[in-house]
Design a protein. Structure first.
Length: 159
């Protein structure tokens, strides 16, 4: 018995570039000399949980809500006088636009981080992705697969 229709599940990995096309490649940045207070003001203004620290367009570090809790609140520092370069995470884990969502989630899990700057050609800041962006992309992908499978089972799949 042969079947005239064939359903193919999408298995292609989702690249980071797909997420950036949807959300945009803008990144909230701040200079290393800014105070932590100024940094948090900018984060609140843009409703983000992380901010990239740059100097002359070059990535220097990242400052997150977790950095604030661990290096300001718990250490008794003052956010109005502490410069962000003193408490930022300088060893930043980055990805390129061709990295897959699955690879990013693995990196985030292994390194216990929630944000990954995206570097084009290994040096140009081309965006930032969060764990929420990755989960959303996987969820949307799974929804499309369910819709395609449902259409196939119902006999209306175009393939």
């Amino acid at each position: 018995m042969s079947c005239s229709r064939r359903f193919v599940m999408e298995r292609a990995p989702i690249p980071v570039s797909t997420i950036l096309k949807r959300k945009g490649d803008w990144v909230i940045t701040i200079a290393p000399s800014a105070t932590v207070f100024e940094t948090i003001e900018r984060m609140v203004e843009h409703n983000v949980g992380a901010i990239v620290v740059t100097k002359n367009g070059e990535l220097c570090g990242i400052f997150t809500e977790r950095d604030y809790l661990r290096r300001i609140a718990l250490e008794g520092r003052t956010s109005r006088t502490t410069r962000v370069e003193e408490v930022m995470t300088a060893d930043v884990i980055c990805v390129d636009p061709d990295a897959t969502v699955q690879e990013c989630l693995q990196l985030m899990t292994e390194n216990r981080c929630r944000h990954l700057p995206v570097l084009r050609e290994g040096k140009h800041l081309g965006g930032i992705i969060s764990i929420g962006d990755c989960v959303r992309a996987l969820s949307e992908h799974a929804e499309r697969q369910v819709e395609n499978l449902t259409s196939y089972i119902a006999g209306s799949y175009p393939g």
